[in-house]
Design a protein. Sequence first.
Length: 384
Amino acid sequence: MDDWRNGGFGLYVHWPFCQAKCPYCDFNSHVTANIDQKQWVKSYNQELARTPEALRGRVLNTIFFGGGTPSLMHPDTVAAVIEAAREIWPFANDIEISLEANPGSVEAGRFAGYRDAGVNRISMGIQALNDEDLRRLGRIHSVAEARAAFDIARSCFDRVSFDLIYARQGQTPQDWETELQTALSMAIDHLSLYQLTIEDGTAFGDRYARGKLRDLPSDDSAADMYQLTQDICAAHGMPAYEISNHARPGAESRHNQIYWRYGDYLGIGPGAHGRITMGGIRYATETYRAPGAWLEAVSKGTGESLRESLDHSEAAAELLMMGLRLVEGVDLDRYASVAQAPLEQEQLINLANLGMVTISDRRLCATDQGRPVLNAILRDLLVG
């Protein structure tokens, strides 16, 4: 059996445009005044039409429209891509089709159109429930607009998630606790809660390097906020199922679970990554990042800029890195099958004795204590 079946099969569609570039964002996103939506439909569908024969006939479990700001896509554009995918793959009876959205009035006005196009899950980038912090984060919506858009989304979709960022400038654990309680009081079943990270190449990264990004919480304060997040969400029936994601049972993001369970996913659009298995070999794929370069490449044959095979050790390392982010952990026998060698028993025992991992029924899981230092655990397991 191809290993990817343990995780499922999904389609990722990258929309590279935003109304404004947030200062913390290192995603492949671009601000432009004019977008020819018909051209983008044509290019997406050309890419889908070139799907390798080895990937056709699979059951498609999920589609995810990410970005950028996919809620700047016209509903007809989304509908056309979904229909093109339907012509290539049989859809799972419970297929999850997600779209990322910002809570501006323009995007919110399109929610009913996305529902009619086939989208059944919205993931909203709210990021903060405080107007001053929204301004600092470069967001162009207010808290009132976010709440209004959220209410519209809930009226159109059964499944609506939203993102918040914590450990923001000037934020205390008490501030975050109050904000998180407010978020949980809203009628939701999924939350993505990310600690602010300062990435090189972003506006925040540049300010930080110049010593001008002030009032960031200390590491200890950020760690307190992380622990508060785990405790409060669990008490509200939304425990973490992944390091930064919390859900009521059954409301987990199925598309993201394909990543974390190391399934296969085809990535199309500028800067999209993919993992696809053909002939028993897993390949890593990338596409051209610049929108114009991607469109030109598609017109000449393919938007892919890279397709390279992963050897057994590379694939196994990815399986471990992704799977240990999940509370459910990694099947050790599956790891050994992919790696063609088991993990070192001595390393596993040492980490278990330190309280970093547990091993039960041949499953390796990071503990509550180990999950915040997952990179160190992975170094021990993969480097020795």
